[in-house]
Design a protein around this ligand. Structure first.
Ligand code: DGI
Ligand code: FE
Ligand code: FE
Length: 196
């Protein structure tokens, strides 16, 4: 499938504002790929596909999720916010032929992050968070931090998400907590190395 065909599918299922968001994530991911010396083509594809299943039609989405055969935990199945990345990762693998785990997880877990994130995963996670259309409080801080210290930026972004989820009495997926603590560990160990 070509990029043009991917676009046609996106136009069918996603809102215009979602498509604009995706294009800004592609642009931001390319800047971060250059900064952190990762393959720009892979960053572009992961960014382009990350919200491929943020379909507007909830019923059609539920049917597609059911038909996918993905085995996901109950809370993920119950929430498009938590499942759309997994659906997109499956599509990337089965329809676009990307077979490696790194790009799979960059897309699958772009919402929660996970323990042991690769550079590509962190870049996609952060591109989604700091693309120029985001206006949430705390985004400005992340925009400068992300080019200076990627791990710390992911850590701060995850803390912001956790605060938001707690404030809204939302379900917190264990992967979100594992990801945040893993970054916490990286940062703490690094500090000990520098100071010790
Ligand atoms: O798809 P986007 O809107 O571009 O962004 P996203 O996929 O990163 O996040 C979608 C939503 O998911 C966002 O409002 C934050 C939320 N989210 C992240 N981690 C968790 C979560 N929601 C729940 N309930 N639990 C989580 O652990
Ligand atoms: Fe998303
Ligand atoms: Fe997104």
């Amino acid at each position: 499938m070509t990029k043009e065909e991917v676009f046609a599918r996106m136009k069918k299922n996603l809102s215009p504002s979602r498509i604009d968001h995706i294009l800004r994530v592609v642009d931001t991911a390319q800047q971060l790929a250059e900064r952190y010396d990762i393959n720009p083509e892979r960053a572009e594809w992961a960014a382009l596909l990350h919200d491929f299943y943020k379909w507007q039609d909830q019923e059609a989405y539920a049917a597609a999720l059911e038909a996918s055969g993905l085995s996901l935990d109950e809370e993920t199945v119950a929430s498009q916010e938590l499942s759309h990345g997994w659906m997109a990762a499956e599509f990337l693998q089965t329809s676009l032929g990307f077979e490696d785990e790194e790009i799979y997880y960059a897309v699958a877990t772009h919402t929660t992050g996970r323990k042991g994130m690769s550079l590509l995963e962190k870049v996609i996670y952060m591109a989604d968070r700091v693309e120029p259309g985001r206006t949430q409080p705390g985004t400005e801080e992340l925009r400068s931090l992300v080019f200076q210290d990627l791990d710390r930026a992911v850590y701060v972004a995850m803390n912001q998400t956790l605060e938001y989820l707690l404030k809204n009495h939302a379900y917190i997926h264990p992967r979100t907590i594992e990801a945040r603590n893993d970054l916490w560990r990286n940062i703490t160990e690094r500090k000990e190395r520098i100071e010790g």
